[in-house]
Design a binder for this molecule. Sequence first.
Ligand SMILES: [Zn+2]
Length: 306
Amino acid sequence: MTILAIDFETANERRDSACAVGLAWIAEGGVVRRESRLIRPPELRFAPGNIRVHGIVPADVRGQPDFPAVMAEFLPDLTRGLILAHNAPFDLGVLRAGLSAYGLPVPAFSYLCTLQIARQVFPDPAGCGLGKVAARLGIRFAHHDAGEDAYACAEIALAAMRRTGAADVAGLTRVLPLQVTTLPPGPALPRYRPAGAGSLAARALSAARRDAAPEAERLRFAVRGSTGNRYEVALEERPLGLYLRCSCPAGRNRRRCRHVDAMVDGDVTDLISRNFADVERLRQLIAGAPAGHRIEPERVRRVQAA
Ligand SMILES: [Zn+2]
C-alpha cells in the first residue's frame, strides 16, 4: 500500500485557499520521496496572519498552477494510498475543499492522524504540535514549509512504528487504539465564490450610497510602485459604479494599472499603508454590491479604464 504524508499551507481562513502543498512517501521503513509545490489559490487574498506563518506572499504564487493542476500528479497516490497528516482533519479538509472549489469530484480518502498517534506514543505536558514532537524526537526540519512539514509528519509516524514495534506504519492500528478514517466521496463545499458577499457588505454599500459614500471615502491605499514611488489608490463612488482611482501615471491617464489590479486581487505585497483590513473591506464591497449593481473585479477595471 502507498503511504504518504501531506501538508497544506493556506492563503487565508478558507479551506479552499491552499497556496502550498508538501508530500513525503514512506516505503520500507523510511522516507523515499519528497515533493513540494506552490499553488495559485482561487483568489490572491492572503491574510497577514497566514503570511506570518508560512512566509508565502501573492507574488510567489501569482504565476503558479492552480489546485487541480498541481494535485493531478498526486491524486492517484492519495486516492489509493493511506494518507498521514498532523492534525489530519485540517489537511484533508483543504484537500477536499480544493477539489470542490473547482467543481471536481471528491474521491474517498483514508487517513491516519499523526497528532493522534503522537498523543498516544509520545505524550508530553508540552503538547504534541508538529514542532514540539519533532524537536523531542530529534527530527530536523524547517517548520511551516509544506514539504518540510510533510517530511516531519512522515518521520513521526516512522518513529511511532519503531517505538511500538508495529510491522509498518499501517500496522500502528493493530498495536494502538487507533483506526484508519475513511472519508466518503462527495462534495466538501459548494463551488467557489468569493468571501464577503453577505448582508454586511451589502449594508455597508447601501449606507455608503445613502450618506454620500463615506465608506468609499475612507478606503485609500498607499502602494509602492515598481520604481519605488509612492502612489495612492482610492475608492470612489461614481454613477457607473465603484471606481478605483490611482495616482500613478497610467491611472492619471485613466488606464488600468497594476496597483488597482493588486488591490482588487487582495495582493498586499506593495501595500505601504498596511491597512490590510481595508483591503478586505474593499473586496467585500466589490463582492457584496447589491443585486443589479453587482460589480465584478473585471467591471471595476473596465469602469476604471472608461
Ligand atoms: Zn497605478
